[in-house]
Ligand binder design. Sequence first.
Ligand code: FAD
Length: 275
Amino acid sequence: MKPAPFGYLRPGTLAEAVAALAGDPGAKVLAGGQSLVPLLNMRLAAPTTLIDLNALPGLDDVTVDEAGVRVGALARHAAVLASVEARRVQPLVAMALSNVAHPTIRNRGTTVGSLVHADAAAEMPVVLVLTGGSLEVEGPAGRRTVAASELFVGPLETSLHHDEIAVSAHFPALAPGAGAAFEEIARRHGDYALVGAGAIVDGDSVRVGFLSVSDLPTVVDLSGVAEADLGEAALAELEPGDDIHASADYRAQLVRVLTPRVVAAAREHAAHRLG
Ligand code: FAD
């Protein structure tokens, strides 16, 4: 199918982009287009105007320091995945990103776009919640930071205002001595996961984040739970949903299988991690 007609703007500054968005309630921002363009083609979205961010300067950096990884709004998944320093400081980001779609899509799609798109089946929202990350956004009133715990409010819905543009995401560093792992089950590698799980283990603290189980990325605290009970303990905190891809029962079974697997992998990672 072809999209409904729309206007197109390619602003050269962030201020112009914010003003254009604020001035048109029907406008939408375009980043990598890997989620938005299919929605346009299927006519599930029909914005009046697309405000293309791709000419904005200074938004494609992946900046790493000991506090964490900052990903600019125009940094492609592939650039984040290729950053050796980002992988060292917060390995969970790369572990999850290697499961996001295929190289062609990762070459164009942005990590920040994936966060704002807020698909419960996407990998990066749950990584942002699990790492305690945040999104920096700019609107007519200036810049603010939105914690991951406040960001995701529903399927494909965030707490961002219509006239706000996300400028970067911050993934805090993995603590020294902690370990991380990511596992998912998909029909084919690169497909959206039927269920996915990321874990961070830090001493006695065990936290597991799930994607594609319910409408929101969900993190469960499994500290103190015996190895054999991890799957059932996670399930007690989740309400697996039903859709055309998998039944709720099947998703529940994947949670039982993936939870001990991802926790064991995170413990293994902690044991062998350097630094
Ligand atoms: P766009 O498509 O340009 O935008 C998506 C939405 O976010 C739009 O509503 C747009 O207005 C908004 N937006 C984007 N950037 C900003 C910003 N800076 N500020 C405010 N709003 C913004 N994703 C996965 O996570 N896992 C997968 O397995 C996966 N598989 C895929 C398979 C296929 C075949 C395809 C086509 C895509 C797949 N994706 C998958 C989606 C891909 O990761 C997208 O790149 C990503 O979800 C959105 O990033 P984008 O830059 O393309 O955003």
